[in-house]
Design a protein around this ligand. Structure first.
Ligand code: ATP
Ligand code: MG
Length: 360
């Protein structure tokens, strides 16, 4: 098996490395400051866990490497302007938007996009950072430096948020997981829930949209697409050209995890459609110290990233999966007792989703 070098050494690179191990695939997550000589990149297939990177001696070398999968796609998707333009050119539904270049645009923006707008930095935002909610009257409070570097989007009064994670190989074959239901609070993903059988119409729409994007780009690997659900329609929020937080449940809830699927796709290995047997819940650990008591619950799979714990920082996640809804709900009830109070609403939301699934 060819080794894989991952640009970036955060938790996604770590989990790619973990997924490679049983298959005998050596995965080397590399920090951007690494010396090129220290990385076995010449013989490797190159992938990335981040979407943009500064010029360093290593990234300069990699920029020229012809085994760097999707190299030319990252700049198109890491900037919201070309990314949103791509949706428009493919006729894919997305929140109406415009480029934000000057203060003088505001009256027209409110007239065309409405009174609830979201300004988003074109590059570099994550977990809701680099965004401002704007309504008539408070546009004057925005910092001057955003003009020329942001887009503005219509605020969507969505019913729910979902994501779909798929993979495409070099032959153009695509496979998908069932859509994931996501709860974000203050712009950051708190909890995800996925079921073996997704709503048929949502699944079909999501797969058609993500395939259109992956085919247009001739993309290879795992890609995630976040969507707003409005009635029975999906609107694309954004794409991530990599493994994604809302797919972490697949580590314990699917026959092939998103991390393994990405490695299979980029290494041209067989890539059957992953099977999902049971409902799964993923709880993001955000700014919370490790509690060994979590391990007293038999359904809890702890994934700890070994990062310094800081407020609003993702430091790990917990996956739970089971065929029996009451077992899953009981475990979630016990888990709530072992987590700070702010986790309760996300876990209640997951329990509601499970109830809804079993009541259908
Ligand atoms: P990520 O961490 O997923 O990369 P991000 O910081 O890049 O997130 P978005 O996904 O664009 O940002 O936004 C974060 C969250 O803010 C969304 O999941 C959604 O809850 C809310 N949001 C974003 N855009 C809109 C919109 N146009 N209308 C309503 N809510 C929105
Ligand atoms: Mg997002």
């Amino acid at each position: 098996m060819k080794p894989v070098c991952v640009l970036g050494n955060g938790q996604l690179g770590r989990m790619l490395r973990q997924a490679g191990e049983p298959l005998g695939i050596a995965v080397f997550p590399v920090g951007l400051d690494a010396e090129p000589e220290a990385v076995p990149y010449q013989q490797s297939v190159i992938t990335a866990e981040i979407e943009r990177w500064p010029e360093t001696p290593l990234t300069k070398e990699l920029a020229l490497h012809n085994a760097f999968i999707n190299r030319d796609i990252f700049p198109r998707l890491a900037d919201r302007f070309p990314q949103k333009s791509l949706f428009d050119s493919l006729g894919l539904a997305t929140a109406p938007w415009a480029s934000l270049d000057a203060k003088a645009q505001w009256p027209e923006l409110f007239a065309t996009l409405g009174d609830f707008l979201i300004v988003k930095r074109r590059t570099g935002g994550y977990d809701g950072r680099g965004q401002w909610r704007v309504s008539p009257g408070n546009e004057a409070n925005l910092p001057d430096e955003i003009y020329g570097n942001c887009i503005v989007e219509q605020g969507i009064p969505f019913d729910a948020e979902v994501s779909v994670i798929g993979a495409r190989n070099r032959a153009g074959e695509c496979v998908f997981y069932p859509i994931t239901h996501n709860l974000h609070q203050e712009g950051i993903l708190r909890t995800s829930v996925a079921f073996p059988n997704a709503n048929h119409s949502q699944q079909q729409q999501a797969q058609a949209m993500l395939s259109a994007v992956m085919n247009e780009l001739d993309y290879v690997g795992v890609m995630a697409m976040e969507c707003f659900v409005v009635g029975d329609k999906l609107l694309i929020n954004e794409l991530a050209p990599r493994v994604h937080n809302s797919g972490h449940w697949t580590q314990n809830g699917a026959s092939i995890s998103q991390f393994e699927l990405h490695l299979r796709a980029i290494l041209d290995l067989p890539m059957p459609s992953p099977t999902v047997f049971n409902p799964s819940v993923m709880v993001n650990l955000i700014g919370t110290e490790l509690n060994q008591q979590w391990l007293s619950l038999p359904l809890v799979h702890l994934h700890w990233y070994e990062k310094d714990v800081r407020p609003v920082r993702k430091v790990g996640h917990l996956n739970l999966t089971h065929s029996c809804p009451t077992e899953l709900a009981d475990s979630l009830n016990s888990l709530v007792e072992l987590l700070p109070n702010e986790y309760k609403s996300g876990i209640d939301w997951a329990k509601e989703k499970l109830n809804w699934y079993y009541s259908q």
